[in-house]
Design a protein around this ligand. Structure first.
Ligand SMILES: [Zn+2]
Length: 219
């Protein structure tokens, strides 16, 4: 069986399995557990429109009858998560060619199954995001806006709520059709500074793709 699960779908299944774990631990009523398990199983199967018999079998969580098996099940499932296409330093350099002294992440240390590639350059206070959209690598530079407020922020991508050192407000300059003098537009949003952790929480790529399209003027 080949990889057939996207990372954000895997994160969704992980979230569902937490619910299952809670059901096991908070109820001793076998009927309630069974009903919850069937409900969760349906929720998982519903996000995959075209499953083979084998894939469906793997995703059938009704066979899990003890919370102790949840972790090993998730490990097994992780083998079927797609890898990101390999990204090279040259590609990153090309993507961010306007950046002077671009800091390139150690690509060997990146989790190959992440949704997006993200890294922070503390010295320039910039967070870089690269993402493979329909086979094409797109990116954006997110500039951290200095703020000393103690407000909490919610990451647009994964909904994580945190303080400024965890989830920060950033702005990204958008490419425009209008090349005339003074043509300038930027958008602002909240995003996790720890991209690896953000990647482990994303349940949908919709917002990420929408922002990247906006910034890169992709229609
Ligand atoms: Zn996040």
């Amino acid at each position: 069986m080949n990889a057939f699960i996207k990372k954000h779908e895997y994160n969704y299944i992980k979230r569902c399995m937490q619910d299952l774990n809670n059901a096991f631990r908070s109820s001793t009523d076998a009927n309630i557990i069974e009903a919850t398990r069937a409900y969760i199983c349906n929720k998982i199967l519903n996000i995959f429109p075209n499953l083979s018999k084998e894939e469906k079998e793997l995703l059938d969580i009704t066979k899990i009858n003890d919370p102790l098996y949840i972790d090993s099940y998730l490990n097994e499932l992780h083998e079927y998560v797609y890898e990101m296409p390999t990204t090279t330093n040259a590609q990153i350099n090309k993507l961010f060619k306007k950046e002077k002294k671009l800091k390139i992440p150690n690509l060997d240390l990146q989790d190959s199954k992440n949704v997006y590639l993200g890294w922070l350059d503390e010295s320039t206070r910039k967070l870089f995001v690269a993402y493979n959209m329909n086979g094409k690598l797109v990116g954006m530079t997110c500039k951290l806006t200095s703020s000393s407020s103690n407000n909490t922020h919610m990451c647009t991508l994964c909904n994580r709520i945190g303080k400024e050192n965890d989830v920060a407000f950033v702005s990204a300059i958008c490419k425009t059709d209008n090349t005339g003098e003074g043509a300038y537009r930027s958008i602002g949003f909240d995003i996790c500074l720890d991209s690896d952790k953000c990647n482990d929480r994303i349940l949908s790529v919709e917002k990420l793709e929408r922002i990247l399209k906006d910034v890169n003027n992709i229609k």
